[in-house]
Each structure stands twice: as C-alpha cells, then as structure tokens.
Design a protein around this ligand. Structure first.
Ligand SMILES: Nc1nc2c(ncn2[C@@H]2O[C@H](COP(=O)(O)OP(=O)(O)OP(=O)(O)O)[C@@H](O)[C@H]2O)c(=O)[nH]1
Length: 152
C-alpha cells in the first residue's frame, strides 16, 4: 500500500454458529473480518448476518467486508444466484461494510478484496494515530487530520 508493506495474518474460522465460542478466540482483536456467504445459497447469507452481529457486538474496532463466494457459478448460469445483489448492497451500506463478489476457482476479485483490507488498515490506523496524538476537537468541522486521513 503506497510504499508500505502490510503483512496480513489470516485466520479461517469455522462458519457454523455451533463453534461461536471457539471462533471468538480467533477473531478477538481482529482489525478486519471477511464474512463470506455462498452467492448461490440464500441461507448462507442469513448465517453471514449472524456473524456480522457477533462482530458488531464483540469487536468494535473490526472493519467488516462482506464476501459473496463462488461467483464463477453465476458466470455459468445467472439463475443460480440465490442472494440478490441489491439486497446485500443495502445491507452492506447499513452496516458500513464493503461488498465483494469473488471466486476461489477463478480468483475473481480475491486480490482486490485483500488489497482493500490492507489499504483500509493503513488509512484507518494512520487516522487513529493522528487523532490519538493530537486529540479530536469535536467543534472543529474541517480539522487538518480529517483531510490528511482522506488524502492518504
Ligand atoms: N464453484 C466453486 N466452488 C467453490 C468455490 N469455493 C469453494 N467451493 C466449493 O464449495 C465447497 C465448500 O468449500 P469450503 O472452502 O470447504 O467452504 P468453507 O466455507 O470453508 O466451509 P467450512 O469449513 O464449513 O467453513 C467445496 O466443495 C468447494 O470446492 C468457488 O469459488 N467456486
């Protein structure tokens, strides 16, 4: 990212709610979470919402990335789509998450997803360091630190 190298440590947790307590051990303190669902399976999107709620309740500093998987199957046949893109986009907006549709088979959008995770990490960490060092004047609407955050 820019001239910085970001090393991501990635933990693949169990997707089932049954392993909720164990998964929490893995994602505790995480700065980013890629919550995956199968684009051809609407029930998997409902399960993804469960994990989003968990993250929102337990991990305040964790940015959420929604990731619809198996996009290659939709390329083959659009009728296989089980989760409406606009519904997910509305949900992503509501929870302030980024949305990606990827394929592990073809690699579609996988690099873009992790590039965005790394970029956001760098930008938001820089912003946090600046605000921690200087403090935030809530009365000041266009402080220099806000501009520098957005222009990094
Ligand atoms: N066509 C296609 N199949 C995929 C893709 N990703 C995974 N699969 C298939 O989906 C099935 C489940 O994949 P996994 O990677 O085990 O899924 P998982 O979400 O890690 O499963 P959990 O272990 O329950 O968390 C396997 O049969 C994979 O081959 C993809 O991008 N495209």
């Amino acid at each position: 990212v820019g001239d910085q190298t970001v090393t991501l440590g990635i933990w693949d947790t169990a997707g089932s709610e049954r392993y909720e307590a164990m998964s929490r051990i893995y994602y505790r303190g995480a700065r980013a979470a890629v919550v995956c669902y199968d684009l051809t399976d609407s029930s998997s999107f409902q399960r993804a919402k469960f994990w989003v709620n968990e993250l929102q309740n337990c991990e305040e500093g964790c940015r959420i990335y929604l990731c619809g998987t198996k996009s290659d199957l939709l390329e083959e046949d659009r009728r296989k789509r089980g989760v409406d893109f606009h519904d997910v986009q509305d949900y992503a907006d509501e929870i302030k998450a980024e949305l990606f549709e990827t394929s592990s088979k073809t690699g579609q959008s996988v690099d873009e997803l992790f590039q965005k995770v790394a970029e956001d990490y760098v930008h938001f960490t820089a912003f946090q360091v600046m605000t921690e060092e200087k403090g935030v004047d809530l009365g000041q609407r266009s402080g220099a630190y806000f501009y520098s955050c957005c222009h990094h």
